[in-house]
Structures are given as C-alpha cells and as structure tokens.
Design a protein around this ligand. Sequence first.
Ligand code: PLP
Length: 463
Amino acid sequence: MNIANPLTARGNDLTHIIETDRAHIWHHLLQHKALETTDPRIIVEGKGIRVWDAAGREFIDAVSGGVWTVNVGYGRESIANAVRDQLIQMNYFAQSAGSIPGSLFAEALLDKMPGLSRIYYANSGSEANEKVFKMVRQISARHHGGKKWKILYRERDYHGTTLANLAACGQPERAALYGPLPAGFVEVPHCLEYRKQWDVEDYGRRAADAIEEVILREGPDEVGLLCLEPITAGGGVITPPEGYWERVQEICKKYNILLHIDEVVCGLGRTGEWFGYQNFDIKPDFVTMAKGVASGYAAISCMVTTEAVFDQFKDDPSDPLSYFRDISTFGGCAAGPAAALENMRIIIDEDLLGNTKRMGARLTANLKALMEKHEVIGDVRGIGLFQGAELVADRKTKEPVDEKLAQKVVAECSAQGVIIGVTNRSLPGMNNTLCLSPALIATADDIDAITNAIDVALTRVFG
Ligand code: PLP
C-alpha cells in the first residue's frame, strides 16, 4: 500500500480521500445518512483563523476547530516546536513520576487561579470531569459515611461523553438509549432568562433558589457536589443572569456542597478572562478544563482543586484505600503540558485576553445590529469571543425556528466561506442558537466578515 503524505494529499487525491472516508470513518456526532448526498468535509490545513479543505476551499473558522478549541489559532510553529523538543527529550513517563513541563505549566496556570493549588492531569474534558465525580464519591465514603454522594448538574449543561458524564447531562438526547446510567445524579433547572420559568424581577436569584429547592428535596446531607458550566455552551450559550452566582456560592457554603465549575469551553481566555468563572464572583472547589488548554496542539485536560480537597485524600496507614486510586496512562504525558505552556505564553505575550474583550465587544455590537435587522434573531448572548444568537420563528411567542432552517443558515455561511456552529438538538426547540467562537486572535475585519456572512445567510433563508 502506498501511504500518501497527508500534508500533500490535496486536490488530486480528493476523490480517493473522500471514498476512503465514506468507506471507513465513523464520524463523531454525525448522522451518516447526510454523507449520501454531500461529501464529508476534510480539513487539511490551517493558518491563523482560517482553514482549507481538501479541495482548496478557504474558510474563516468562526468556531475554533468546530468545538471552541483552537484558541490561539492554527499553524503555531512555536507550539509545534515546543512539543517536538519535548518529545525528543522525553516523550512519556507515567504521572506517578513528574515532568519538567508538567511542573512548569502547573505553576503558570495556578498563578492565574487564586485559591486553587493542586492539578491533576488527564486527556479530555470528560475524563477531567469524571475525576471530580470520583473524588466526590471518595470524599463522601471516607468523610461522610458514604452519605454525601449525590451530584447536582444543571438542565442544558453538558460535561462529556462517558456514562457518568451522561448521568450529569442536562441535554436528554445525548444520554438517551445509553442507560442505565450511574445513580445519584440530580438535575437542577436551567437559568436562561430569555426562556423564563419564573415571572420575577430578580431572575438570577430565583434561578439559584431553584437549586436550593432541589437540595432540600434531596436532603442537604446527601448532596456532595454542584457541577455547572460558567456559561452553558452547547446547551444554548447561556450567560447566567445577574445575582445567580452570588446566590449559588451562598447555597454551596450553607449546605457544605463542593462547587465544580466546568471550564472545558471557557478556559483559557475565551471570555476575555483566563476562566469563565472569573467574570463572576465565584470561588470554586474544582475547576476542569480541556479544549483551550493547548488549543488542540496536544491532548490535555486538567482538574484543578484546593488544598482542602487534596488534604481529604491524605494517606492513612490504617486505610489502604485512602489515597486517590486513579490513573490515566496518557494524562499529563509530556507533549500536553509542553504545548499548554507555550499556548499560555502566546496568550500573555499577544495580549489575547485584551483582544478577546475588544473583539468580543465588536461581535456583540454586530450581532445586536443584525438583531435589529432580522426579526428571526430573538436573543444575543455570551461574553468575549463566546457568543450565541438564538433564532425564533416569532419574537412574541419565542417559538423556535425549525431546526432545518437553523442548519440552512449554517450551510449558507459555509457557502460564503465562513464556518459557524449551532447548538445541540437535545431539548425540543433547542437546536436554534447560532454559535460563534472564533480564535482569540480574530481581527475587526474577521469579526465583520463573520457577521456579514450571517447577515447574507439570514436574508437568503428567511428573506
Ligand atoms: N464539558 C463541556 C462544557 C464541553 O462542552 C465538553 C465537550 O464539548 C466536555 C465537557 C467534554 O469534553 P471532551 O469532549 O474533551 O471529553
């Protein structure tokens, strides 16, 4: 068999690549029937905020690798070099031993996370979240007689793809047919004010009070963890209303419940702060992160926690099960933290947090201007370069647009050379929020090109 060089497999080889893809690739989250009528998208090259497909078509990538990942943009030679140098020096050793980049990245990261002091390396967002769930169960077993074992998650939030993460999934379609799922995961209501569940002034506080109601129903002594996205991503780009987080923090303190913030999408830098929770007054006990940690140049995720949590796993000679008996073969393997360290240096040196704030403000202004022009945009939400525009068939009733029309807007943007996203189809009427999350290096021209494409697409689809 002649193995082609993937870097030169463009143009001429396209037919072969597509045929092979159709014959052998099981794509993530895709109904393959779609590939009977369209070709799979095969991306072969990236530079800055742009990518090229195998046919040589150029796109502005307004979703950073499809799923909020490539925060510092494509084609970063310095990250590739850092990974290369590290792999040649020391590619792998299990994390019961340490590594130079592992230590250095921990130091750099924790410097940005006051109050947190311990990092546990893993490979994916799902895995990092699962570590938290396991820790909470172990804390319950060792320190609360097994009683404080329940884990609260929020309607519309998503935390990953394993069975425990699906048990903690607020998007029913994701979990359907995969049961029975692990027990002890309990849902609290979403906090999207645009789709109000309570007719009150102080909506943030009311939505947080709903969490307390669930805690009281379940028994405060039985609840060990509250797991939340700082801004819900795939569930609709939901920025919690004012007052929400203060109340959430109060409730967690009152009932001695650990607070876990899932920063897999918001970290690092997506909202213009290092982490999403830093936009609010939150002191989490656990923070997990993955996608933007190394911008997709290497697989790495992190679970970060406090010394107080770490102390609960102190060795007890009388108890052989006292320490955290968990391992992840590739978690923290040296390419990950080496890439993450360079990724972080780029964010600092190029002031990408500042750029995200500035370009985020421009994106919000452009989307709000589109909302004036297009009745179909019912709401614009998000912070920094993490924004969503919810499409509705009727502004008064807020009836969602037909999911196929939302998909059509995405396709019309793609036809103009701009890749945008749309939220997951997990709740009735939920697949209708356009998602925008370009790399943090986006310029004003990039932002305008993205919103211009949406403008044209909305006109084509809705008139
Ligand atoms: N948490 C959030 C908020 C996510 O959006 C995702 C993935 O999209 C995950 C966790 C799971 O991360 P991974 O796909 O790396 O397992």
